[in-house]
Write a protein that binds this ligand. Structure first.
Ligand code: CP
Ligand code: NVA
Length: 311
């Protein structure tokens, strides 16, 4: 068992079969957890969790997940690590490699995570950067698979900011043959390099990546409606400007009416009701956001087991 590449920094780096290996193991681990069956795939292993940004889901699901796999996790706030006082990433990488069996990191710069990976001898898992949120996007396609039974040919509509979430979702969708349409205000498009790469990857699975500025056009015929906050962590000072720019980029009943009848609604959370999503949709029958949040636990356990459990 195990994925042979060392790190999970970006879904683009994974093959389609590696993505499905993660989804399959997540399904198995979820079932085992529900049946109360032991699944100590990482007995005696340790995960260091470096956080430079806030977190509820990521921190708790990785920590609890590691425990359920028979290992333990250490919460390492970058404020308290020497890294916060200027110790180089490459030194931190080499030191932590001597103590723990894997690192999950949530930080601002994606390049810092690449540097950590380049200088460590243990698996590095990206727990969110300004560019990507791969663990969340893998969880999202797992959740779609649970609800829809298959992925190929489905359409996801993303409405809102062209941020780390939509970047990762584009990578995930094209890997599994899902179409994705992203509607953002002008000037808030997803990362251009990731879009180009995703369009290239889409050729292999016959899927499409479409960028629009019209939420209703994006939602038309969608099986999955996705949104995320208008101002991500680190963009707090832009909140007011963004609130203006994103008016009309809200998941509400009008958007839901444009989507397919059985469409599900996903949101990585935390949500700002009344901004990117109405309370009505968030609490409505098509919203599966809390199942999605739960699935972080199961999918990340699979990720940890496959990346850290290599023989
Ligand atoms: N969705 C997500 O990553 O949530 P947290 O910021 O709470 O970890
Ligand atoms: N785009 C959001 C996702 C939070 C899970 C952020 O980066 O703050």
């Amino acid at each position: 068992m195990g994925i042979q590449r060392k790190d999970l920094l970006s879904i683009h780096d994974l093959s389609q079969s590696e993505v499905f290996e993660i989804l399959d193991l997540a399904k198995d681990l979820k079932a085992k957890k529900k049946r109360g069956e032991e699944h100590h795939l990482l007995k005696g292993k340790t995960l260091g969790m470096i956080f430079s940004k806030a977190s509820t889901r990521t921190r708790v699901s990785f920590e609890v997940g590691m425990w359920q796999l028979g290992g333990m996790a250490l919460f390492l706030s970058s404020k308290d690590l020497q890294i916060g006082r200027g110790e180089p990433i490459q030194d931190t990488a080499r030191v932590l490699s001597r103590y723990v069996d894997g690192i999950m990191i949530r930080t601002f710069s994606h390049d810092n995570v690449k540097e950590l990976a380049a200088h460590s001898t243990i698996p590095i898992i990206n727990g969110l950067t300004d560019l990507l949120h791969p663990c969340q996007a893998l969880t999202d396609i797992f959740t779609v698979l649970e609800y829809k039974g298959s992925l190929k040919g489905l359409k996801m509509a993303y409405i809102g900011d062209g941020n780390n979430m939509v970047n990762a979702l584009m990578q995930a969708c094209v890997k599994v043959g899902m179409d994705i349409s992203a509607a953002t205000p002008k000037g808030y498009e997803p990362d251009a390099e990731i879009v180009a790469e995703a369009k290239e990857d889409a050729k292999a699975t016959g899927s499409t990546v479409t960028l629009l500025n019209d939420p209703l056009a994006a939602a038309k015929g969608a099986d999955v409606i996705y949104t995320d906050v208008w101002a991500s962590m680190g963009q707090e000072s832009e909140q007011a400007i963004r609130a203006k720019a994103f008016k009309g980029f809200q998941v509400n009943n009008e958007v839901m009416a444009a989507a397919n009848k059985g469409a599900i609604v996903l949101h990585c959370l935390p949500a700002h009701r009344g901004e990117e999503i109405t309370d009505e949709v968030m609490e409505g029958p098509q919203s599966v956001v809390f199942d999605e949040a739960e699935n972080r636990l199961h999918v990340q356990k699979a990720i940890m087991a496959l990346f850290m459990g290599k023989k």
